[in-house]
Every structure is written in C-alpha cells, then in structure tokens.
Write a protein that binds this ligand. Structure first.
Ligand SMILES: [Zn+2]
Length: 58
C-alpha cells in the first residue's frame, strides 16, 4: 500500500482522493485508523477525513 505525502492517508489507488495528488510513497510505518476527527490523534496528525493513515512518512 502507498501513502499520500501530503495528508499521510493510506491509499488503494494511485491518486489521493483528498489532495488529488499522485505524490505518494511506500516508505512509511505505523498505521492508525481514524474514526473520530475530534480525537487527540486526529488533531495531532491534522486529519480532516476519517480513514487509515500512516504515523510516519519519510
Ligand atoms: Zn492526501
């Protein structure tokens, strides 16, 4: 799976549906699933849409 470098979202395809970018990487680690955008982790990662995200992207 690849990760968007802009929002760190874990993607199925080759374009991030949120950023509309193909600026992706497969060099990432840590997976977090965000359901609640008000949660501390969502805020600290600046996540604006629920979904799966990488904790670290290089
Ligand atoms: Zn993105």
């Amino acid at each position: 799976m690849k990760v968007c470098r802009e929002c760190h979202r874990i993607l199925e395809g080759n374009v991030c549906p949120i950023c509309k970018t193909s600026h992706l990487t497969d060099d990432w680690s840590g997976l977090v699933i965000i359901f609640d955008l008000e949660s501390q982790i969502a805020k600290s990662l600046n996540i604006t849409h629920p979904g799966k995200y990488a904790l670290r992207v290089r």
